[in-house]
Design a protein around this ligand. Structure first.
Ligand code: CTP
Length: 192
């Protein structure tokens, strides 16, 4: 929901927006080009392919950290003497880490904005994430609050920048939060 609201705020501010999304059932914002994906690997491939033409990348996706090591072609039948089921998982690629590597050579995109979903030590974890992922801005989300984070239409975020700046926004609609983030992105890019 936050990603779609950001795409809408981007076009409203006059940007050309490509939304690479694994979400289903949300209305595509008018004027936005949507590229649907089904996996973190696919998302990584498409994000990297679009970097060179982009001024800014905003990574609002809550990417799964792991994926099943194998997938079954048919329904997995249970056996009566099996008390449980073990799923083997392997790590998904970190898309922002790949963007950081690519950006070192190409200098594109000029601005990279990440999100941090945290349920404890919000600011400490977010600051560490901003530095590790080489971000210009990081939008920190306390996902333990009922009126913020996943599924709901409102959000409560703190925005950290790469110079130590920190701004807490009051509870607001995801649209309002997006308008603010897009303004900050425009400032980073030298607009107003
Ligand atoms: N992200 C990414 N690739 C992943 C996981 C996350 O690019 N495989 C991006 C998210 O889109 C977000 C930022 O990294 O912008 C932080 O995501 P988050 O889930 O908070 O952090 P993780 O890197 O997954 O770290 P952890 O789960 O250990 O907190």
């Amino acid at each position: 929901k936050q990603g779609y609201a950001l795409a809408q705020a981007g076009v409203d501010a006059g940007a050309e927006v490509t939304l690479i999304s694994a979400a289903r059932g949300l209305t595509t914002p008018y004027g936005v080009r949507v590229i649907p994906v089904d996996s973190a690997q696919q998302m990584q491939q498409l994000v990297l392919a679009h970097l060179i033409g982009a001024d800014a990348l905003i990574m609002a996706a809550a990417v799964a950290d792991f994926r099943p090591r194998s997938t079954a072609a048919h329904k997995i039948k249970k056996s009566n003497d099996d008390p449980g089921l073990t799923l083997h998982l392997e790590k998904n690629p970190d898309i922002l880490a790949a963007v950081k590597d690519r950006r070192r050579d190409t200098r594109r995109p000029r601005a990279v904005i990440g999100f941090a979903a945290e349920s404890e030590d919000l600011i400490t974890n977010a600051r560490e994430k901003l530095e590790r992922k080489g971000l210009d801005l990081l939008v920190a989300n306390d996902i333990s609050a009922a009126d913020a984070g996943f599924d709901v239409d409102t959000n409560r975020v703190v925005i950290l920048d790469a110079h130590g700046g920190e701004q807490a926004l009051e509870l607001a609609s995801k649209s309002k939060v997006s308008e603010y983030i897009i303004r900050r992105v425009a400032q980073l890019l030298g607009g107003s």
